[in-house]
Design a protein around this ligand. Structure first.
Ligand SMILES: Cc1cc2nc3c(=O)[nH]c(=O)nc-3n(C[C@H](O)[C@H](O)[C@H](O)COP(=O)(O)OP(=O)(O)OC[C@H]3O[C@@H](n4cnc5c(N)ncnc54)[C@H](O)[C@@H]3O)c2cc1C
Length: 466
């Protein structure tokens, strides 16, 4: 009864086309890209086109005590966008307008469903650049990027999403519309509510507009590849690069499992005999060649077996493309390792201080051997942000148990090394227990106080983060 009243209210507010109830369609909105995470079936998927329509959805759900799960492109890797049974899914994909690009203030104002690559292309026409570039940039939305505080390959030099979010418009659980932040170069009025919503994973409000800072387009970059005999040695090179004050515009690590997986997924001539590759780039204009030579020298001193520069822009782009294929390639690797649809991936994401990267990588290799599970490691090495990808047989309880044990051991090691349980994918469903361990009981109470102040009925993306 309540469900049919809710649907009537939603249709009246949004029109029938933006209110989807076909069971096949509903199943398509159940989950994000995280494997092995719980999900439910929504009672309805809404596709509002404006802030007013988002507020109408949130108010209608609140009237009937129904949870609301905000979703962008559902490329998330922590289950944060997964629906719960009976929820209203609020998909932002119809809110995809770039509202303003201001080259003087170097800002853009966008609706949340704008895809990262679309914003990047639009601002490039003005000679400007929006740096945060998650591997999913061709499909993930700015709203999702903000709600997860997404990172990417160039973040090692230019910073992650939060550095570029100047202001937000947010629909609160009450249906009221909050504006945070500014569009000026400076501004310190009041608490920094913008940062509170960045990374809040849809649990505190629905982001309906984002004002982002832009930079002038960077100079073309030069890229090198360094081949190492162990992941730990590559980690040591990263620490030395930082210690020497170098600022690469990209510093990514791929281990042998990933090189093999990518080569099988799309043959590109990668060195599949290498234990680890570091990809590094310098975009310092006239100094780039000098900077690249310094990066090469540090890698050699740290034990690289071979260091070579990409011969041209096409080769450099191919290397970056190889790195971007890591996720689908590992999905195929898992499927090939356990055929018949049994291959599963537990995708981890943690960050440690750069000086502890070698210890983390050596530790992951030890944990893989002890738990007898294949673990491939890839990630934004320059940020100390690694993705150990654990391959399991989803239909073998023993394999799942070993995979989960490895996951917990890696989390434990990361925290012991002074790290954090998630560098960029977010807490979602995967890391709730580890967030609580990381922030402790006082931190949990402060999180709960903020959540209940903003969402007293607990209807916004329930079960995520805390
Ligand atoms: C191949 C691949 C590569 C990836 N590479 C990276 C990477 O390099 N760096 C990285 O950080 N992540 C990466 N990811 C993870 C993912 O793409 C990011 O987390 C991305 O920011 C999610 O955006 P989305 O639009 O898909 O959001 P979704 O997955 O739909 O949602 C993510 C979270 O944001 C919330 N949300 C979405 N929109 C809103 C809104 N308007 N208001 C409030 N809450 C909202 C959801 O409720 C959910 O909690 C990758 C994923 C894939 C599949």
């Amino acid at each position: 009864m309540a469900a049919s009243l809710l649907l009537d209210d939603l249709r009246a507010a949004l029109g029938p086309d933006a209110v989807l109830t076909d069971p096949d369609l509903l199943r398509g909105y159940e989950r994000d890209e995280a494997d092995l995470c719980a999900s439910g079936t929504p009672v309805v998927v809404t596709r509002p086109r404006s802030t007013e329509e988002v507020a109408a959805v949130v108010r209608a759900a609140g009237r009937y005590g129904v949870p609301v799960v905000p979703q962008g492109a559902r490329t998330g890797l922590a289950g944060a966008a997964n629906a719960v049974d009976g929820a209203v899914v609020l998909s932002t994909t119809a809110m995809d307008a770039i509202l303003e690009i201001d080259p003087v203030s170097r800002i853009a104002v966008v609706q949340p469903g704008v895809v990262n690559a679309a914003l990047t292309a639009a601002v490039a026409e003005h000679g400007l650049w929006y740096p945060p570039d998650p591997g999913s940039w061709e499909s993930s939305t700015i709203g999702g990027n903000v709600a997860t505080n997404a990172g990417g390959m160039c973040c090692v030099k230019y910073g992650v999403t939060t550095e570029y979010v100047l202001g937000l418009e947010v629909v609160l659980a009450s249906g009221e519309v909050l504006r945070t932040g500014r569009r000026t170069a400076k501004g310190v009025a009041g608490y920094d509510l913008t940062r509170l919503f960045v990374g809040s994973e849809g649990t505190l409000g629905v982001i309906t507009e984002v004002t982002v800072a832009l930079r002038p387009a960077p100079a073309a970059s030069l890229t090198l590849v360094a081949v190492f005999g162990s992941t730990g040695a590559a980690g040591e090179a990263v620490a030395r690069i930082a210690a020497q004050g170098l600022s690469p515009s990209l510093l990514e690590l791929l281990d042998r499992t990933h090189l093999v997986a990518i080569e099988a997924y799309r043959p590109m001539g990668l060195r599949t005999d290498a234990e680890a590759l570091l990809l590094a780039a310098a975009d310092t204009g006239p100094r780039a060649a000098e900077d690249l030579a310094e990066l090469a020298a540090v890698c050699t001193a740290a034990g690289a077996e071979e260091v070579y520069a990409a011969t041209d822009a096409a080769e450099a782009a191919a290397l970056l493309q190889a790195r971007r294929l890591a996720h689908p390639a590992m999905e195929k690797y898992a499927a090939d390792t356990y055929p018949g649809g049994n291959g599963g991936l537990i995708i981890d994401d943690l960050a440690v201080p750069r000086g502890a990267l070698a210890a983390l990588l050596d530790g992951v290799a030890r944990i893989a051997a002890e738990c007898a599970v294949p673990i491939g490691v890839v990630g934004h090495a320059g940020d100390g942000n690694m993705h150990p990808n654990i391959v399991v047989d989803r239909n073998d309880p023993a394999s799942l148990e070993r995979g989960r044990r490895a996951f917990d051991e890696i989390m434990r090691l990361g925290l012991e090394l002074g790290g954090t349980c998630t560098g960029e994918h977010g807490v979602g469903l995967l890391k709730r227990e580890w967030l609580a361990r990381e922030i402790g009981p006082v931190g949990v109470r402060v999180h709960q106080a903020i959540k209940s102040a903003l969402d007293p009925a607990g209807l916004l993306n329930p079960g995520k983060v805390l």
